[in-house]
Design a protein around this ligand. Structure first.
Ligand SMILES: *Cc1c(COP(=O)(O)O)cnc(C)c1O
Length: 224
């Protein structure tokens, strides 16, 4: 990994992404020097999935980086990231959303969150069913939340070469996103994020309507 190659790949990916699709550079396991290099090239949104690593990197890097907590977040780690995190992607339970609401209030913030929808047959055991998502959005607890703001949906497809399967899973996530927008967020322009697509499948995700891709190895290792 050297910064010239990473920056070149970053430019290639950005050229390929349609306008309106946000790129979060997933920097887990990536040394701070490379993150700083990509920051210097202009990238501002970075994603991490482990709180300790996130904390360490945040302290070492410029304060205007937008940190995205991707992946599974434990309830007892929310307090650490609540003061600064830009978005929490993997909200997979009402309990986690309640913890975020509480800690965001303590921190005097409103934190945009994405509900993780389980579409994959195998890749991840995390994520809610449509029924669970709807139950959460219809609950009194949710109605009372003022500091955890639901900004959209996140999904991960099955890790496979079967393009039809992956495409179908992304289409399912898009359908849920549209249905939730219609049923619960029709007047809320802030419900506008469909986070799907990683290095191996982001082209399909974008074709199926993704508004935010989370790319690690395609940028930092050249894998696609
Ligand atoms: C690691 C990770 C990514 C990035 O994966 P790549 O295949 O390296 O692009 C995206 N989303 C989540 C939730 C991850 O944990």
């Amino acid at each position: 990994m050297d910064i010239d190659n990473v920056t070149r790949r970053w430019h290639e990916v950005k050229d390929r992404l349609p306008a309106g699709v946000k790129l979060v550079a997933v920097s887990k396991h990536v040394p701070v020097e490379l993150i700083a290099g990509l920051y210097a090239a202009g990238q501002r949104a970075f994603g991490e999935n482990r709180v300790q690593e996130l904390e360490r990197k945040r302290e070492a890097l410029p304060p205007d980086i937008e940190w995205h907590a991707i992946g599974h977040l434990q309830t007892n780690k929310v307090r650490l990231v609540a003061p600064y995190v830009s978005m929490i992607h993997g909200v997979d339970s009402a309990r986690l959303l309640e913890a975020i609401d509480r800690e965001a209030e303590r921190a005097g913030r409103v934190i945009p969150c994405l509900l993780q929808f389980r579409v994959a047959t195998e890749t991840s055991k995390f994520g809610m069913t449509e029924r669970e998502v709807r139950a959460l959005l219809e609950s009194e607890e949710f109605a009372r939340m003022k500091h955890a703001r639901v900004a959209g949906v996140m999904a991960m497809a099955t890790f496979t070469r079967d393009e039809a399967l992956v495409r179908g899973e992304f289409a399912r996530a898009r359908e849920l996103f549209e249905a939730l927008k219609r049923d619960y967020f029709a007047d809320d322009a802030g419900f506008n994020v469909l986070s799907m697509g990683m290095s191996g499948d982001y082209r399909l995700a974008v074709q199926e309507g993704s508004t935010l891709v989370r790319l690690g190895s395609a940028l930092f290792r050249g894998d696609e």
